[in-house]
Design a protein around this ligand. Structure first.
Ligand code: ZN
Ligand code: MN
Length: 147
């Protein structure tokens, strides 16, 4: 990926390569995935897109997200129900922390991650190629409400 190509343009190119027809609605979906820091779910993406493109169907959102996931351009965080969340800003493995109250998800800057991988590799003899690391807690905002 060239540094002068935006993440949005890059994702659109990947979809075009797959013969996916690029409509304004689909560009809007990809744009949300490429730019959102909030790790949106399909419902959130749908709500956002229909503000500007009211005729967009939920199926179109699902199809676009699924194809980008298959292309490795969107990371899916599965929660075992319909509440899967997506990261198109950074599709590469990285840890997340989720608030159990408001369901916000952020990307923590975890400096010990490399150390942890190294320790795990030494401990088990495995060559680490990827990871899935989700933390759950109560975010500062929600702590203030309840406290
Ligand atoms: Zn919260
Ligand atoms: Mn993330």
């Amino acid at each position: 990926m060239s540094t002068c190509t935006s993440r949005l343009d890059y994702m659109i190119e990947r979809l075009k390569e797959k013969g996916f027809r690029i409509t304004p609605q689909r560009v809007a979906i990809v744009e949300i995935l490429a730019n959102s820091c909030e790790h949106p779910g399909v419902d959130q993406i749908y709500r956002e897109v229909t503000k500007n493109f009211p005729t967009t169907s939920l199926a179109t959102v699902y199809k676009t997200v699924t194809l980008l996931k298959e292309l490795g351009e969107v990371m899916e965080m599965g929660f075992g129900d319909e509440s899967n969340r997506y990261d198109g800003k950074n599709p590469h493995p990285h840890p997340h922390i989720m608030c159990v109250a408001c369901k916000s998800i952020i990307d923590p800057d975890l400096s010990s991650l490399n150390e942890m991988s190294k320790e795990l590799s030494e401990e088990t003899g495995y060559k680490i190629v990827s990871h899935r690391l989700d933390f759950f807690g109560v975010c500062p905002d929600c702590q203030n409400i309840s406290g």
